[in-house]
Design a protein around this ligand. Structure first.
Ligand SMILES: NC(=O)N[C@@H](CC(=O)O)C(=O)O
Ligand SMILES: [Zn+2]
Ligand SMILES: [Zn+2]
Length: 349
């Protein structure tokens, strides 16, 4: 470290544009870890049963606020789970009433709790057209589910077969490609200037597929979309640290209890809420782009969602390696915290 390398960084309070909080005891256990650092988060609706209507989103938001510890400030931005039966008028009413910020498209079967997702994309066209009309964004889990498509190719194939056709048919729809994992997705966002953004997770900036599979299988690095080759990770770091306003943080922090992760058929999801900001500071510093962290974590997301950036700030301080728990204990079981595999020197003051 040179004398001039910064050891403090004050940025606007960040937001998380893709977060799983679950419900009940798990919600109570994980929420404080996000609320400690983040002002707002887009709350994914893949509960069982999924959050499909404005009334369900309003009730879920109340459960989140009831689980928030005294004295913590946090604003959940609710999302409706799109099904082939979604009523465009319910979506529009929930948006107008400030209950729902966006709608989430899961291809049926693509990921955790997505069985009620969409099979026939033409069936949801009326909802998408209504959303385009009222300026409500669509968040997309961008993977095809065809068994003949290799799991490492599913994001790239989704862009060609599903996403691009939808965007051609409903050009005014504002779309967020969630948790992008490939150079292909980064290039697609860069080449399509209108109405398109992408979230990038903390863990996809740090791990590639070797981390999951080389030297023994590591269930705690398994998530969807699955981490790809190193060249894709490098493309993600380049996009995230570039300052390009179309790329912003969505941690996809997705808690599953250890017994649900560590079994013959383990769940997909990585829990990064407690140490995300420390991980990101390390990644941005290593890239020589610490100054772009604020754009990625605190400015680009609100700009895409047409919301003001936070008026609050947080300060990251560099020092001795940060101590964070290996797991957190919740009423729904222990949840292992993401281990980036290197020491974290930046902590949120
Ligand atoms: N990312 C994951 O691997 N899992 C998420 C679902 C999702 O975001 O696809 C979950 O809900 O557990
Ligand atoms: Zn997803
Ligand atoms: Zn997710």
């Amino acid at each position: 470290m040179t004398d001039t390398a910064p050891t403090r960084l004050t940025i606007r309070r960040p937001d998380d544009w893709h977060l799983h909080l679950r419900d009940g005891d798990m919600l109570a256990g994980v929420l404080p870890h996000t609320a400690a650092h983040f002002g707002r988060a887009i709350i994914m609706p893949n509960l069982v049963p999924p959050v499909t209507t404005g009334a369900m989103a309003a009730a879920y938001r109340e459960r989140i606020m009831a689980a928030l510890p005294e004295g913590m400030k946090f604003e959940p931005l609710m999302v409706l789970y799109l099904t082939e039966d979604t009523d465009p008028e319910d979506v529009a009413a929930a948006h107008k009433a400030g209950i729902a910020t966006s709608v989430k498209l899961y291809p049926a079967g693509a990921t955790t709790n997505s069985s009620s997702g969409v099979r026939d994309f033409d069936k949801v066209r009326p909802v998408l057209e209504k959303m385009a009309e009222i300026g409500m964004p669509l968040c997309v889990h961008g993977e095809v589910t065809d068994s003949d498509i290799d799991i490492f190719d599913r994001e790239a194939v989704f862009i060609d077969r599903v996403l691009h056709p939808i965007r051609k048919k409903v050009p005014d729809l504002r779309v967020v490609m969630e948790h992008v994992t490939t150079q292909d997705a980064v290039d697609y966002v860069r080449d399509n200037h209108k109405n398109l953004g992408a979230t990038i997770t903390t863990h996809h900036l740090i791990i590639n597929r070797n981390h999951i599979l080389a030297g023994g299988i590591k269930p705690h690095f398994y998530c969807l979309p699955v981490a790809k080759r190193e060249k894709h990770r490098i493309a993600l770091v380049e996009a995230a640290t570039s300052g390009d306003p179309r790329f912003f943080l969505g941690t996809d922090s997705a808690p599953h209890s250890d017994p649900n992760k560590l079994q013959a058929c383990g769940c997909a999801g990585i829990f990064t809420a407690p140490n995300t900001m420390s991980c990101l500071a390390e990644v941005f510093e290593a890239a020589g782009k610490l100054k772009k962290l604020e754009a990625f974590a605190s400015l680009n997301g609100p700009a895409f969602y047409k919301l003001p950036a936070s008026e609050q700030t947080i300060t990251l301080v560099k020092g001795d390696p940060v101590q964070y728990p290996e797991k957190i204990h919740t009423g729904a079981g222990d949840v292992t915290v993401f281990d980036p595999g290197f020491p974290l020197h930046w902590r949120v003051e």
